[in-house]
Design a protein around this ligand. Structure first.
Ligand code: ADP
Ligand code: MG
Length: 378
């Protein structure tokens, strides 16, 4: 026969069960707060019944939110669809407030045991960085294939250009012998213009090919600052005329790298020129060198016009320029040289305040490995 409990015993049992439930609820809360994704329980109108710390503090930057549909409006029809089907659904959505984010949402309707789904479990993952990385990779691949195509065409254009040039020379010589030609000077002037234009075209094609395929570096143990000193010497007069001050803060013992002095000269020349052009009214360039166990870092900071985030995303593309007389090849050349040295280039800029270019080169002993690795990949 089942044991009968007194009222006091029943109350004690209920209290113990309640304590157990409280402990379990606490555990579930702790677990959900340990997750690196936003966990919500919402009702069918988007009202938030529960949200973990990550959801409130990180995903929505500590903003007071009571309804998830207000934060991510496209979730509303998606959740309605999931409720109707009663099944797990997954999708990607854009949130614009408080920050632009791309979120992956997983929605599971929670049954109340009566075949109704009145609450929904919603998990939001911030996949913004992943998306941008993937987009950047696709962009880089696109640029690389377009450049390959363009370099093939540029190469092919070289031969007919040479041939046209030779024929122009022959025509001009023939014309010079035709003393009785009434329109001689007019034709000669036209042929001269054609010759000049051909020379211009050849120059464009050659510069493009040179920028695309920089010469193979001739590596030697190099003080990374010495080509910079050479470049500053070369530009000394121009810097003075433009009222640009140079401030060099270096560690006396900057370790050496494996570098090609001529290519490094070219790299610094392009960077200093850009900094100068960003400061038409004069200004200040600060150069700093530092190092750690594996790398040497050189930063070149100007207090010029700076560049917007949008412009910055294009600055390494060939022919991208914001200057009326720019050719848009400088930063591509710079990037190619840095990469050929197994290094990295990073840009920080604020419109109206200035730009800092940070170059990171492997120290000589580490560089051998980086370059060997690079050579194998090609
Ligand atoms: P160009 O100098 O011929 O325009 P680059 O490839 O050297 O071509 O530079 C591309 C673009 O990057 C420039 O037109 C400019 O908008 C931007 N840029 C590069 N360096 C700087 C800098 N130090 N400050 C501001 N903008 C810069
Ligand atoms: Mg330039």
């Amino acid at each position: 026969m089942a044991k009968k409990f007194s009222l006091a015993e029943n109350i004690a049992k209920l209290l113990r069960a309640n304590k157990r439930l409280e402990r379990q609820l606490e555990m579930i809360k702790n677990l959900s707060n340990a997750l690196r994704e936003g966990v919500f329980i919402i009702d069918s109108a988007g009202k938030i019944l529960f949200a973990n710390n990550y959801a409130l503090q990180t995903l929505f930057c500590g903003r007071e939110i009571d309804n998830i549909f207000k934060m991510v409006p496209p979730l509303e029809p998606f959740v309605a669809g999931a409720l109707k089907s009663g099944e797990f659904s997954e999708g990607e959505f854009e949130a614009t407030y408080p920050e632009n984010k791309i979120l992956r949402a997983s929605v599971v309707p929670i049954s109340d045991g009566l075949k109704h789904h009145s609450t929904i479990s919603l998990v939001l993952n911030d996949i913004t960085a992943q998306k941008y990385k993937a987009q950047e990779r696709i962009e880089n691949e696109k640029i690389a294939s377009v450049l390959k195509l363009a370099s093939g065409i540029a190469h092919e254009i070289g031969n007919p250009l040479n041939s046209i040039n030779i024929h122009l020379q022959v025509s001009r010589r023939t014309l010079s012998k035709m003393a009785d030609c009434p329109e001689r000077s007019k034709i000669d002037s036209s042929l001269e213009t054609c010759t000049e234009e051909i020379a211009r075209l050849k120059n464009i094609v050659e510069n493009f090919l040179k920028a695309l395929r920089p010469p193979k570096p001739d590596f030697a143990e190099t003080d990374p600052l010495s080509p910079l000193a050479d470049t500053l010497k070369l530009l000394e007069e121009e810097l003075k005329n433009r009222r640009i001050a140079i401030d060099i803060k270096t560690d006396s013992a900057t370790p050496s790298i494996l570098g090609d002095k001529n290519l490094l000269n070219k790299l610094y020349f392009n960077l200093i020129k850009n900094a100068m052009e960003a400061m038409p009214e004069g200004g200040h360039i600060e150069i700093k060198a530092s190092f750690d166990d594996t790398t040497v870092k050189i930063s070149i900071a100007d207090n010029g016009c700076g560049i917007s985030q949008e412009q910055m995303s294009h600055m390494f593309e060939p022919y991208y320029t914001t200057k009326s007389n720019g050719n848009g090849l400088g930063m591509m050349i710079v990037e190619n040289i840095v990469k050929s040295h197994g290094g990295e280039i990073n840009v920080k800029s604020k419109e109206g305040s200035g730009t800092t270019i940070l170059l990171t080169f492997p120290r000589k002993d580490k560089q051998m490995r980086a370059l060997e690795g690079g050579a194998k990949e090609q």
